[in-house]
Each structure stands twice: as C-alpha cells, then as structure tokens.
Design a protein around this ligand. Structure first.
Ligand SMILES: [Zn+2]
Length: 240
C-alpha cells in the first residue's frame, strides 16, 4: 500500500472499522512510515478532541471545517483512483446533476466544480481567517481593487450576510472569493473571469451545490451545503 492508500483508510483505521486484512496492511505500513504515523496521530487527536466536546452534534466551526475538508479530500482521492482504475472512458464517478441547463455550450468540468468545493471548504472563515472581514460591500470591494483584473463586486443577497473575502485563483485567474452567512451556513461566492457557466445552472458535487450565473465578462459561482433552489434564488436576487 502506498501512503495515499493509507491516508484514505486512516479514519476507519483509527475507528477500528477496517476489515482485518486491510487493518493489517495499514499496521504494517505504519510500522515503517513516519509520515503516515504522524497523520494517524493527528487524526486520532482530532477525533478525541471532537469526542470531548460537550455537544457531539456541533463541533466548533474550525474543527468541523477541517474534518469536512479532510473527508472531501479523501473521497476525492478515492474517486480519482477509481477513475484511473476504470479508465478515462468510465470516469463517471462524481454525481454531477445539471439542474438548469439551458443550452450551455461548455458546461463547467467536474474537476473545476470539485476544485470550487475544495476551495470553499479550505477557505471559509471557519477554516482560515478571511483577508478582509466586513459586512460592508464598500470595504470588501475596496480590498479587491487592484488585486483582481476587473472591477470588483460585493453583491448584496437577500437573507444572506456578507462576512468578508479573500483573493483566490481560478484557472490561474486572480478572482474574488466572498463569504456569506445564510441559514446557519457559510457560503462561498467566487467571482471570476474564469468559469464556464454560459447559463444559470446548479451542479451537485456530493453534499454541496455549485450554482453559477454570468454577469457580463464575469461568472458568479455560489457554493454551499444549502439546497440548489436556495442557492439559485440567492444568486438570482443578488444585487450587483
Ligand atoms: Zn506512508
């Protein structure tokens, strides 16, 4: 087993949920691999920290976000390995459901959607402090001036509160990443010249939705764990 295989199995290994022969293979690898040992150690520490929390249902944002990012990375790696094993022709491994396809010439690629969700999980303020933290569109827009190659936006959306943002790159393009709170969730809004949402649409990427729309040369992509209809509604009512 390679380190990547071990990492995929580590969570179940810590929980004692692996089949005996797989567990044995992990044991054997761990005996000789310091970096996997370190990963196993921090995984166990993280799980213990969560187990000690007063309410097991709601660990604090940072821990929850780290765990989600970890899970997402693992299942993503597993999906990539599966796709590789199955051959490129059978790479239908991610349940991407196009809900609002209106003659989209170049729908966003699965990889692009996966990257958006991974960025969302990694970058939300629960995981990493925002570079600009404010609910003022003026303050947030000003932060992005000169940092992105377009006139920055900080849209107001009904029923969503602006939290702040950070600079990010999509397909190599400097882009805006804004954070909003809505219905107890943190949402990420990517604003970029990169992104191939020719028409308004939502795609499911496991437990998340990515909804996109265009505004001139820019694409707005809203990512979160709320229902597609909710994200779509927020996005369509965004005041640019
Ligand atoms: Zn290893």
């Amino acid at each position: 087993m390679t380190c990547a295989h071990i990492t995929d199995h580590l969570s179940e290994w810590v929980d004692g949920e692996l089949a005996t022969e797989v567990a044995h293979a992990v044991d054997t690898h761990l005996a000789t691999c310091a970096s996997c040992q370190a990963r196993a150690h921090s995984m166990r520490a993280l799980k213990h920290a969560i187990a000690r929390l007063p309410s097991r249902e709601s660990p604090p944002g940072a821990v929850q976000a780290r765990l989600e990012a970890l899970r997402f990375q693992q299942s993503r790696r597993r999906a990539n390995v599966a796709a590789w094993l199955m051959g490129a022709g059978a790479a239908v491994v991610i349940g991407v459901v196009a809900l609002y396809v209106k003659g989209a010439a170049h729908p966003p690629s699965r990889q692009f959607l996966e990257d958006l969700v991974a960025d969302h999980l990694r970058s939300v303020p629960e995981s990493m402090p925002a570079e600009v933290a404010s609910d003022s569109p003026v303050v947030v827009s000003r932060f992005f001036l000169e940092r992105v190659p377009f006139q920055p936006l900080a849209p107001l959306m009904p029923e969503a509160r602006l939290l702040g943002g950070r600079l990010c790159r999509l397909n190599g393009e400097r882009s805006q990443l804004l954070f909003y709170a809505a219905e107890g969730q943190t949402l990420s809004l990517f604003i970029s010249r990169a992104g191939s949402f020719e028409a308004a649409r939502c795609d499911a990427v496991r437990d998340y939705y990515v909804c996109g729309r265009r505004s001139g040369e820019l694409t707005l992509m809203l990512v979160g764990a709320l229902p597609a209809e909710t994200l779509q509604r927020l996005l369509s009512k965004a005041v640019l």
